[in-house]
Ligand binder design. Structure first.
Ligand code: SF4
Length: 215
């Protein structure tokens, strides 16, 4: 494993650094994951272009939708009889999660997996915003225990230190993911803007396209 030396005020200039500080921030998440009964590791698990090589090197599979500039996902999609992808987040369990709920590609898992329950959402007035899922067992436990403020402060610190080049890379992929994800409906989050506030975010609607699997 690569050691990353980083102190609490350093700017986060790479995806690897971001993974490191997020893992530190969610260092006490495991007990919640062990007792969580929600379906997990489902849906649109995106992979940054710079992460794909590591992922393929361990024998995992990805799929790229809408041509060579399209978003890349862990290939967890079933196919219809005519070979098209069936993009239904409820049917798309990650193939790298074992029957005991463990991630079998843990060291190579993409940023999207490190980040959860933190994610990016499209806010009706603010554009892209970082958002903490309040439907996560861990976040609910922090709320119950009165420790949510500490967690939000730590996440603010991370987002503040994110180099714009890293955010831009993530937003670019998120933009493409949103264009095909077809996730309708509303969810409740802590929206990580300069002022903490709870809110609902309406997700974008569906647009589909072609795909190519890797390798
Ligand atoms: S790569 Fe691992 S953590 Fe990510 S969705 Fe798959 S099983 Fe879950």
């Amino acid at each position: 494993m690569t050691e990353i030396g980083l102190n609490g005020s350093d700017r986060i200039k790479s995806v690897a650094m971001l993974k490191h500080v997020i893992d530190q921030c969610f260092r006490d998440i495991s007990p919640s994951c062990m007792v969580c009964t929600d379906p997990d590791c489902l849906g649109y698990i995106w992979v940054l272009p710079e992460e794909e090589g590591v992922f393929l090197d361990i024998g995992a599979r990805t799929v790229q939708i809408n041509g060579s500039q399209g978003p890349i996902f862990i290939d967890n999609y079933p196919r219809s009889a005519d070979g098209n992808l069936i993009i239904d987040p409820k049917q798309t369990r990650c193939p790298y999660r074992d029957n005991n709920g463990r991630c079998t590609v843990h060291a190579a898992r993409p940023l999207a997996c490190h980040l959860y329950p933190l994610g990016i959402q499209t806010h009706p007035t603010e554009g892209y915003v970082w958002a903490l899922h309040r439907d996560c067992h861990y976040v609910r436990a922090k709320e119950r225990e009165g420790n949510i403020g500490e967690l939000l402060d730590e996440l603010y610190g991370i987002i503040d230190r994110l180099d714009p080049s890293v955010s831009a890379q993530i937003y670019e992929v998120y933009d493409k993911v949103e264009a095909i994800s077809g996730r309708d409906g509303e969810s409740t989050y802590y929206i990580l803007l300069p002022l903490t506030r709870s809110g609902t975010v309406k997700k974008n609607s569906l647009a589909k396209g072609s795909y190519k699997t890797h390798p």
